[in-house]
Design a binder for this molecule. Structure first.
Ligand code: SF4
Ligand code: SF4
Length: 137
């Protein structure tokens, strides 16, 4: 019963498609090789300068590379020796909530070896059946 209620709550109240399972192993990878998407993936330093005015989180980032996707950032608050966040207790909400399924909608993927997994709440068959049922109404 608990499982059914949980599923319903996640699907219809929280409007989620994935459960987040696992835990953080403090590898620090999500604080490195970061792409920033605001409407589109940030490509230039000028675009990024504008974005910095919008949220404090962006001021923590520094450009380390550029590839075919866009500018690549890493966070200045990551302690490279320990892989720990230097402002862990005051880290922004976006970091506290990582990873969220919106990551996929932004074209992102989980950092390699991340201790979390995002698993679909409904199986392919369940989604397919639900769509068929709607069509036949
Ligand atoms: S603020 Fe901390 S948790 Fe957030 S990206 Fe930077 S180092 Fe990582
Ligand atoms: S990539 Fe995953 S396991 Fe590694 S620090 Fe980020 S949330 Fe934690």
């Amino acid at each position: 019963m608990y499982k059914i209620l949980k599923k319903w709550f996640y699907l219809y109240i929280l409007k989620r498609k994935y459960y987040r399972i696992g835990s953080c192993n403090a590898c620090g990878r999500c604080c490195q090789k970061i792409y920033v998407k605001h409407k589109k993936v940030i490509q230039t330093e000028e675009e990024f300068e504008q974005l910095k005015k919008m949220h404090q989180f962006y001021t923590y980032l520094t450009v380390v590379d550029k590839d075919e996707t866009g500018l690549v950032f890493e966070c200045k608050n990551l302690d490279k020796d320990t892989n720990k966040c230097k402002i862990h207790k005051k880290r922004p909400g976006i970091c506290r909530r990582y990873p969220q399924e919106e990551l996929f909608a932004m074209g992102g993927i989980l950092a390699e070896h991340c201790g979390y997994k995002l698993v679909p709440i409904e199986s392919f068959e369940e989604v397919f059946k639900r769509i068929q049922k709607k069509k036949n109404k």
